[in-house]
Design a binder for this molecule. Structure first.
Ligand code: SAM
Length: 291
């Protein structure tokens, strides 16, 4: 294993003071100062020697160093204009293969319009893993954007707010099944991982966290944008039946009923009972009826 010195709570304070930063809520900045936690995330993600890993929001570098310690090449995306340029120095000071790391400063939600940085040790970077302690306010769109824009990703393993981890991993029929669950299921099968104590963070957040792992699977043979429109419509009025909830998407409730009949789906159900396969069937039925 390469020589690496992970960040402790006092390192986190010292680095923050040196950079003159105060963690901001708007950017979901809660830094981890616990080696056990970052190693747990890396092992849950199954990262091993030589893997190409994307990290969103490396912050001061806590998880980055654990990924490098496991032998990965890391390309990080950090939005903060003070934190991003400070990372290479931290990696060089604490890890003996700094050429395996590169960082780009941009908003991870704009992944489609920006290039990942390529670690100097590589000619090309083909990410197979996304591993991150995600900023809570953008966790779901960041995951969906990465799965859409980085087709080589096989595994997404991230620490998020417990509630978000549960939503992402929820199955149809569960109380927390909703838009994030259905959209994540388009790309991957999701499983909730272990809980993480809020005390490993600085500052301590007022919510619990958990890991969630998404394993990519082949996407359905359908137009994603049309299917996601059905998902959004079905959950826009959670308590309504599909006939009502899909009314404006279809034109009228009667047209929604016709589409649902063709898709073989009971129009008195609610969106929370439908699998991604059902949403695909509804989008396709609408296209068939229109032609
Ligand atoms: N990975 C570090 C750790 O575990 O200590 C920091 C995690 S902190 C919860 C989230 C990080 O994501 C912060 O560094 C924040 O600046 C960054 N961030 C917030 N919004 C972002 C965005 N849209 N794109 C990229 N990075 C973002």
């Amino acid at each position: 294993m390469a020589g690496t010195s992970l960040l402790t709570p006092s390192d986190i304070r010292e680095l923050s003071n040196k950079l003159g930063i105060r963690p901001t809520k708007t950017l979901g900045q809660n830094f981890v100062g616990d080696g056990g936690t970052v190693r747990k995330i890396v092992s849950h993600a199954g990262v091993s020697e030589g893997d190409h890993v994307v990290e969103i929001g490396p912050g001061l570098g806590s998880l980055t160093l654990a990924l490098l310690e496991a032998g990965a090449y890391v390309s990080a995306i950090e939005i903060d204009t003070v934190l991003a340029p400070a990372l290479p120095a931290t990696v060089t000071a604490r890890h003996d293969r700094p050429e395996r790391f590169a960082v780009a400063q941009f908003d991870a939600l704009k992944l489609g319009q920006n290039e990942l940085a390529i670690p100097p040790a590589l000619d090309t970077f083909t990410p197979t893993h996304l591993v991150a302690n995600l900023p809570y306010n953008v966790a779901v769109p960041a995951i969906l954007t990465a799965l859409e824009e980085l087709p080589s990703l096989r595994i997404v393993d991230v620490m998020v707010q417990l509630e978000v981890a549960e939503r992402l991993a929820a199955q149809p029929g569960s109380k927390v099944y909703g838009v994030p669950s259905a959209k994540a299921a388009w790309y991957a099968s999701a499983t909730r991982g272990p809980l993480i104590s809020r005390n490993v963070f600085w500052p301590v957040p007022n919510v619990d966290s958990a890991l969630v792992r998404l394993d990519r699977r082949p996407v359905p043979d359908a137009d994603r944008v049309s299917v996601f429109e059905v998902v959004d419509a079905a959950f826009s009025q959670r308590r309504k039946t599909l006939r009502q909830a899909l009314g404006s998407w279809a034109g009228t409730p009667a047209q929604a009923e016709e589409i649902l009949l063709r898709a073989g789906i009971d129009s008195t159900l609610r969106g929370e009972r439908l699998s991604i396969g059902d949403f695909v069937a509804i989008a396709q039925a609408k296209t068939e009826i229109a032609h």
